[in-house]
Design a protein around this ligand. Structure first.
Ligand SMILES: [Zn+2]
Length: 287
């Protein structure tokens, strides 16, 4: 029988994590960086600065590319004609290119299996509808000579049908989930969790920081450079994570951690914060 303590022990020292330098007595996190909403009309001026920082520190991010963007919120700059050249160039440099949905258009309020938002392009749709979207998205990648290295769902929302289709369509990695460690399923599908939306010191684990640069200012860009400098010794990339965790399976402790992070971060804390604002707000004004 596996006791909770045993699960702890395994979690603190995942069996195949040596490749990441995560040995015993090294309770430090490793960090992946992910940029979402990469498309021809993104914020290019800021992007060039981001790429310069990535180059300077040798960081290989996950880039979540929208195959056929139809979301007006992602139309920030004029479309760049060389967009797919750039994507191919990033992939050639070792960046992980993820397929970020199909058109980035939400069609319902289904939170899917991750449960952090209430909007989806995929979750709750029929298998046929989901398959059609995925195949159209993948066709764009194929036409452009881009390999789909991973899946990043718009708004983190997808369901078991989506996962089954990703498996059938040969997408090897899912970047999502609130657990602490990556794990692979029996057939090789690798789950790399994505738990952070900013850089912060964390204990042992593989922490993916998800960033959206469309709204960034020069100041935010400078912050990003500072963060890469500070966290550089602990940065990793998908290739190393895939090697280190190919044999690790999901544990009950993984599920418990994901569930507790979801409950605290996305159910309880927002309600408390809202209640606090209601109570403290008027007082703050009165003072
Ligand atoms: Zn997105």
């Amino acid at each position: 029988m596996i006791t909770e303590l045993d699960q702890h022990r395994e979690t603190e020292n995942p069996p195949n994590a040596e490749g990441l330098g995560l040995g015993q007595g090294m309770p430090e996190g490793r960090y992946l960086v992910r940029f979402d909403d990469i498309c021809p009309t993104m914020n290019w001026a800021i992007w060039e600065g981001i790429e310069a920082h990535l180059e300077r520190f040798g960081v290989k991010p996950i880039l979540a590319v929208v195959p056929d963007n139809q979301d007006p919120k992602l139309r920030v700059d004029a479309p760049r004609a060389d967009f797919w050249d750039r994507v191919r160039g990033w992939q050639a440099k070792g960046y992980t290119i993820a397929i970020h949905g199909f058109q980035h258009v939400y069609v319902n309020k289904n939170p899917g299996i991750i449960g952090v938002t209430w909007q989806s392009e995929f979750a709750g749709l029929s298998r046929a509808e989901q398959e059609a979207k995925l195949r159209k998205g993948l066709a764009v990648f194929q036409e452009q000579g881009v390999r789909p290295d991973a899946w990043v769902a718009p708004s983190h929302s997808f369901d078991h049908t989506t996962v089954q289709l990703l498996r059938e369509l040969g997408i090897p990695v899912i970047s999502d989930g609130l657990g602490t460690w990556p794990y692979a399923e029996e057939d090789g599908l690798l789950w790399i969790p994505q738990q952070l939306w900013t850089f912060e010191p964390k204990p042992a684990g593989v922490w993916t920081v998800c960033l959206h640069h469309n709204s960034w200012t020069e100041r935010r860009l400078a912050w990003f450079g500072e963060m890469l400098e500070r966290y550089n010794p602990w940065m990793t990339e998908v290739e190393s994570v895939a090697r280190a965790f190919a044999e690790r399976r999901q544990t009950g402790w993984d599920r418990w951690q994901a569930k507790s992070r979801l409950l605290w971060g996305f159910r309880i804390r927002p309600v408390l914060a809202q209640a606090y604002r209601r109570v403290a707000g008027p007082r703050a004004v009165a003072e």
